[in-house]
Design a protein around this ligand. Sequence first.
Ligand SMILES: [Fe+2]
Length: 383
Amino acid sequence: MVFPFRLPEVVYLGKGAVENLSQEVKKCNATRVLLITDPGVQKAGLDKQVIEAIEKGGAQVEVFAEVEAEPSTDTVDRVGQLVRENGYQLLVGLGGGSPMDVTKGASVLATNGGSIKDYVGIELIPQRGIPAILIPTTSGTGSEVTQNAIFAFKEEQVKKGIVSRYLLPKVAIVDPVLTLSCPPHITAATGVDALVHAVESFTALKATPHTDIYALEAIRLISANLRTAVSNGSDLEAREKMAMGSFFAGVSLANAGVGAVHALAYPLGGKFHVSHGVSNALLFAPVIEFNCISNLAKFARVAEAMGEPVAGKSLREAAMLAAKAVRELVADVGIPKSLRDVGVSESDIEFLTLSAEKQTRLLTNNPRLMTRQDIRNIYRKAL
Ligand SMILES: [Fe+2]
């Protein structure tokens, strides 16, 4: 078998990693840089040191700080146009998944033109974008190492993904110090999203021995440190392990993909505006319970990596502990327990089911075939 594997050109990971930004700006020979971020990151003051580092790298920097949560295609198109009109040579994306995905989208729009809607699908972007450097301020999305970007299509009330090698950034800078001010509810939601990336990519049909190494270590790191990071955000050791865990999960996701948790979560974001992490968390245990029998050995390893006592248990018993461990973790970090808690009712299930069914890119990577009735049953279970 041949295992394709992709990563950004350079990755800096660890405390103080952001100090490498100046030299990377210099290497890009950029004189005009656009920093793309959101109001929350600006409010936390995280943009200041990044602006200083870009200037130290010899470039003039302007800031676009209007990226909204779950960004729309309109926002990406607007930033793409801004980049084309002003001739920026380098984009720096700072924040969670939303500013990073907008940065990736704007980078390819700068050279390809048109609307981001023109490129929905797999490998439909004709040429490389302008260079992008991504700096996450949450430990979750993994967007800094993936070739995917997800945007909200307002008219259809759905979120759709774009996959292209040209969405991989040139440089990723993962510095846990930047996550210290992330509030508990965002730490919880993004941390669970990272765990979903690890578990889904580990059990995905496209998983390889290469991605398994990253996924398993991510499951260990996140399971052991998320509770502490949520309870005490200033614990730098927990933050560092979470940054590493979410990065490893991102590497695995980038190369093995994700599955039904994400497929069933997207319609919640599109119609009910539930954040990506919370949407995933609500579907996480029910989907694992459904998927479990597809690969008992792998789900037993998930349970073990999450600290469950699997010794002496049958493979089936051990595998079933994975869903239990996930349920406990999600509850401990204070995420809503059911779809009802986020405003979904029985009458919405048909819309959600038909919408999730369209996520064929994800569902065909899920370890167990999922029919329309299966999807309906999982939503009911999560209600
Ligand atoms: Fe995700």
